[in-house]
Design a protein around this ligand. Sequence first.
Ligand code: HEC
Ligand code: HEC
Length: 219
Amino acid sequence: MERLRGERAEPPGPLIPVKAPVLKSCDKAPVRFHAGSDPDPLDRKTQLAVNSMRGLTAAFSALAILIAPVALASEADPHQLYERKCAGCHSPHAGDFVWLELDTGQEPLAGRNSGRSVAALLEGGHGRLTPAEAAILMSHFQAIRASGQLFRTKCRICHDTASGLVRRALILRDGTLTGRYTGRDIGQFLTVHGRLTPSEAEQMLGVLERIATSTGRID
Ligand code: HEC
Ligand code: HEC
């Protein structure tokens, strides 16, 4: 919270029940329909249906699910969600936010300065999240706490963040976490890299695998 002092940034206002992410992906729909040279007949049907139902929330949601799986997937990436909605005023990465700005000894998770419950804060509209987004971030914060300080204490000196490392270099191939460019079996590699005990190596593998899954780094 150090960097917040003196800046006096106003905390964001109350929660407005917007359908922003869905509407945003719908806005892009026409571009997609016209972009393909060989449109799928289903797409044409969908387009007609949508034209006639424009304005109906149900149509927007159905359309978003049909045509924007990529946008929805990235919407659900908790790291990106944090970076988009919180990093502007808080630590640049969710891991630092949890370890530096939250009281990780509290259950439920609470702010280090205010002692206020993070869940209650987000439900009250801080950060302008939808309820679904708030749930995604809360479970992400819990997962970071559960994974312990391992990455911060043993890996950080050479790799900036666990999620950065996964995004850049790793991929789940047939369920095995693998070096994207080295082809390494990362589970084996961690038994001889980073000075981990066998049980820490196992824990670290779990953390990296979870990040790879949640960020869609899957072959
Ligand atoms: C526009 C700036 C801004 C954004 C965006 C923002 N915050 Fe905050 N946040 C603040 C300020 C300023 C405070 C301190 C004042 C306060 O407690 O009301 C704060 C306080 C907090 C606290 C309490 C910290 C403590 O030590 O007690 C938590 C938890 C928190 N924010 C979480 C989040 C999360 C999670 C997000 C993203 C969903 C977010 N904030 C987005 C400005 C912001
Ligand atoms: C002293 C610096 C240092 C520390 C500490 C360190 N690493 Fe590394 N790590 C490297 C370097 C350098 C490479 C690339 C070298 C290579 O590919 O052989 C690497 C490669 C990796 C790779 C493989 C990437 C690939 O493409 O195959 C993973 C995964 C990894 N590190 C994880 C960790 C984890 C987890 C920790 C903490 C437990 C850690 N590292 C600690 C320096 C470090």
